[in-house]
Design a protein around this ligand. Structure first.
Ligand SMILES: O=C(O)CCC(=O)C(=O)O
Length: 300
């Protein structure tokens, strides 16, 4: 029985691989998140290179700090961890993944006005295949989010298709699909827009990506990657203690549920290690930077 989502919302997630839910974050929590973020960006003035917390935009300086990602925000400020246990968010996540859920990771992607690195088309599943694909990513919209300020796009129904090749021309994983070779029709892409406080949920196999922010409004997208507790990683990355410490809701499970899911290994590993922005530098581009006249500097 559903805890929060309507039958139509559940159906949309099942058929199209995403759903957008408004009013998930209360205003006080959103303001706390925004001020935690502002503080972190302020502190980034002292940072000159990517580190455990910051992924920096090219051109970041102490005078003009440009952060493109806060890594693992749930470990950086308590507000980002507490939110995972708010009633509405938990209910929606359990509607999609079942009673027992593990946090895979979190990240807060920023797109500053007229800036913000694009994220090339990809499937999260290509980065972390599991024994079953009850895998979702929740995107908390910290700001009103529209196409103009860099909304994330999804390709509806793509979660029911193959796992696409995310390797570069030299055969190394690059976390980006080749937009020409994959054969997908990107004109079918739908932007995940919504008022601040909305949350998009996209299936782990749903193809998605996002362009640069061409507006004068910032865009903050707080992403939580979550996985049914009975889905085991094909590539284990941490100790049993660290793995079980990530259980968010419900019970631990040592009997993996196996499903007939398409898997490609993210191996050999990316040449450009680090975040997705680094990984993708060896792949082909679809979303390029747009100059002031609105022309793309790179495209398919
Ligand atoms: O920030 C975005 O718009 C998309 C982010 C994304 O897909 C990712 O970080 O994996």
């Amino acid at each position: 029985m559903s805890r929060f989502l309507s039958a139509a919302q559940l159906e949309q997630y099942k058929e199209e691989g995403y759903v957008i839910v408004e009013d998930v974050v209360d205003e006080l929590t959103r303001q706390r998140m925004k001020s935690a973020l502002a503080q972190l960006v302020e502190q980034s003035r002292h940072v000159t290179t990517h580190d455990e917390i910051y992924d920096l935009e090219p051109g970041h300086t102490a005078q003009a700090p440009r952060v493109r990602r806060i890594k693992k925000p749930h470990l950086v400020n308590p507000v980002f961890k507490e939110f995972l246990h708010t009633e509405r968010f938990k209910a929606i996540t359990q509607d999609l993944l079942g009673e027992s859920v593990r946090l895979h990771g979190s990240k807060l992607n920023l797109k500053a006005p007229h800036f913000g690195s694009p994220v090339e088309w990809h499937q999260d599943w290509a980065f972390y295949p599991h024994t079953n694909d009850d895998v979702t990513a929740a995107g908390v919209m910290l700001d009103d989010t529209t196409v103009e300020n860099g909304a994330m796009y999804v390709i509806p129904g793509s979660h029911r298709g193959p796992t696409y090749d995310h390797h570069d021309a030299n055969g190394y994983f690059c976390g980006a699909m080749d937009p020409e070779a994959c054969g997908l029709d990107f004109s079918k892409a739908v932007p995940c827009e919504g008022p601040a406080g909305s949350v998009s949920f996209h299936h782990g196999r749903t193809v998605h990506g996002s362009a640069q922010n061409t507006s004068d409004r910032a865009r903050g997208l707080l992403l939580y990657e979550m996985i049914a507790a009975d889905a085991y990683p094909i590539l284990a990355r941490d100790s049993w203690e660290a793995f079980t410490a990530r259980l968010l809701y419900g019970q631990e499970c040592i009997e993996p549920r196996m499903a007939d899911v398409p898997i490609r290994m993210p191996l050999p590993p990316a040449i450009h290690q680090g975040s997705i922005y680094e990984n993708q530098t060896s792949g082909k581009r679809y979303f390029g930077f747009v100059d002031q006249g609105g022309r793309r500097s790179a495209s398919t």
